[in-house]
Design a protein. Structure first.
Length: 441
């Protein structure tokens, strides 16, 4: 009997799989190894007669297959990158809802089909909206004429539906989104998971296109490479900073909101040739090279006392405070007029676990059940968060954290500070234990 040829990868023939010359026995096939789904598909097609050949018996398929193995194969070639991107892209559903007890603030929650632990984002009014339940027509008329201004805290997944919800929450056409304030790079949304061969793009570009007048602020150490051209102001130094809402002219045209330093401005010290050589070649400490035992207090020291800084912050509706911890460039944003702080991951506070927290607020645990320390370490995070609480604790009563639900604190300023000190002390104790165990992320 004549043996027919079957086209398979590598030029093997069907008769090569025959154990003997008995045509009555079905040909034996080599066992399918992992990663050889293409071979199983060819065998199934051959047995069902789906694999056709041309008149000359060349063994080539008459029509190109639209699908091979587990991924679609274009007739013009195979795109490995596209397949990887599709496999790594998750589906996200977002929702915007008002924060109870905090007028003018809304929380944006995100649910992921892939189980990602998405942080909470927020929309915050720079000033309290007028109480619609009162007869204060003057406030309502002023808001309609001047417009309420809002800030978007961090970058949520973009969708037209969420953009419409944001516009609806902000109110009339005179209201606007003036700023997108990023607390840390971990709160910038990406549809794709990190991958070696995939260049990810954040959703910040889509939000900038939707709200082109919004300024975007982020600390220098937390600006991702793909977002550099989208950030309109890069914060640097120790801060703090206050938002100047006067329109100014810049290199890119008019800007409607920009931060200025209320603390000592960041300055760069130029090394002389000897210092540069000793530091770069010898590894010496530059501070020791320029150490002067008779160093005097700067002549302008009185300009940067806590009282002087606070005076410059008066009547400013947004304050930015450097609070590294989760990342080296984490920033918290205080809204004195609305009594809110968008703390990112800096203040890990929650009040859901009332039993574990002895009936009050306590440190927020992550989804695995323990405190997750940050890239900058627990010690640095506690220092930054403690400074935020002690210096600005009298200017906010509500905490909007990136993880967990918003928390509204009762009592006066000192009582709120006491509660937050207790939260940070617990977090510090637990975080240090896990750092000692090597659990750092």
């Amino acid at each position: 009997a004549s043996a027919s040829l079957l086209a398979v990868p590598g030029g093997a023939r069907e008769e090569d799989y025959d154990d003997d010359d008995d045509d009555d026995e079905p040909p034996a096939q080599h066992p399918i190894q992992p990663g050889q789904n293409w071979l199983r598909n060819l065998q199934e097609q051959a047995s069902s007669g789906d694999l056709s050949t041309d008149a000359a018996g060349s063994g080539e398929s008459a029509e190109p297959e639209e699908r091979s193995a587990d991924v679609a194969v274009p007739t013009t070639g195979v795109s490995v990158s596209d397949s990887m991107v599709d496999a790594s892209r998750e589906q996200f559903a977002t929702d915007l809802s008002p924060v109870r007890g905090v007028p003018g603030a809304a929380v944006i929650t995100t649910e992921s089909g892939g189980g990602s632990d998405e942080p909470a984002r927020y929309l915050v009014a720079l000033s309290p909206p007028p109480d619609r339940g009162t007869d204060n027509k003057a406030e309502e008329k002023e808001e309609e004429s001047t417009g309420q201004r809002y800030a978007l805290i961090d970058v949520p997944p973009y969708s037209d539906a969420l953009a419409a919800q944001i516009r609806s929450f902000m109110g009339g056409p005179s209201s606007s989104l003036c700023s997108i304030l990023i607390t840390s790079r971990d709160a910038i949304h990406y549809d794709e998971s990190p991958a070696v061969y995939v260049t990810r793009k954040s959703d910040l570009m889509k939000w900038r296109a939707t709200f082109p007048s919004a300024e975007v602020a982020c600390y220098r150490l937390d600006v991702p490479r793909d977002c550099r051209e989208l950030i309109t102001q890069t914060l640097d130094g120790e801060g703090p900073w206050a938002l100047d809402e006067d329109e100014i002219e810049g290199a890119g045209g008019a800007r409607n909101a920009t931060f200025f330093e209320t603390g000592r401005p960041l300055t760069y010290e130029v090394w002389d040739e000897d210092t540069a050589r000793s530091v770069l070649d010898g590894g010496d400490n530059p501070d020791e090279q320029n150490n002067d035992e008779t160093e005097e207090e700067p002549a302008d020291a009185h300009l940067y006392t806590p009282a002087a800084i606070r005076e410059r912050e008066e009547n400013r509706r947004v304050l930015a405070v450097y609070t590294p911890g989760r990342t080296f460039g984490s920033v918290s944003y205080v809204f004195p007029a609305t009594g809110v702080v968008a703390s990112g991951f800096s203040i890990p506070v929650e009040d859901k676990r009332t039993k574990e927290n002895l009936g009050g607020a306590g440190p927020n645990l992550d989804y695995r059940g323990y405190v997750t320390t940050g890239a900058a370490g627990t010690t640095r995070q506690i220092e930054g968060a403690s400074g935020l609480v002690e210096t600005y604790g009298d200017r906010f009563a509500a905490v909007l954290p990136s993880r967990g639900d918003p928390v509204v604190l009762g009592g006066d300023a000192e009582e709120r500070r006491r509660v937050l000190r207790g939260v940070l002390a617990q977090y510090d104790e637990i975080g240090r234990i896990y750092e000692q165990l090597g659990i750092t992320s």
